[in-house]
Design a protein. Sequence first.
Length: 251
Amino acid sequence: MKTAFRAAFVLFCLVSAAFAKSGFPLVWDYEGACAAVLEEAKSGKVPLESVDFRDLREKCGRAKWFWGRDEGAIDEFRTKMYEGSRAGNHELVKESALAVLELNYLDMRAHLYLSVAMTELGEDSTAAKWHRGFEIGLLRALARSGSGKSCEEGQVVLDVEEEYFVFRVMGWTPAGQTLVEEEGHRCDRMKYRDGKGETRTIYFDVDIPFENYARGAKPMPEGMLQLMQFPSTLNPEYYRDLRQWLTGSPQ
């Protein structure tokens, strides 16, 4: 199925390129398509369980606001988010997480930190649960996008940062990364050590990040990926059910 989808997408790109060279506008409006699904999800009019997070990620991951986001500003807010978490300053964590979401509403870490901060502050538990649900919805959609056992079945990520987020959630340690190109698309072959110390492999589909590089997005500096942190007050059981759900992940 992925092969058929990619063939259709390649054809779409070729047609789009021809239109672009001829002066005609591109036919697909990712901004509008993203806005429609994202605003519906944020409105609360439908339960998060009914939101098609995979569709949301596919559309919003290609929208200009996503690939053109100010990573420098986001990094500054994340630094404050981390500092606030370490110092037990939950107001700072909340303020910083909200600032990140203003720039990138698909940031799973920001939803995580915001949910934890709101819980620690004793604020609206419904809102805290909603942000946790949004984070988990994004993460489940990523996991369901492919088995990860081959390049063809790579799990679709919107940027390289998401690969490291998955590793932190699962408690895996990175052990090597190789960019692989097969049949016109790209994937990251990631080696990792699991909780038992055994070395395993998972594949991530990185077609969307490379599409966005072509649109003008800048790759994230490698050093920023190593700074990924989780809230200091995060309950160790927070991801237990999700890890159990992901036990079918690539071995």
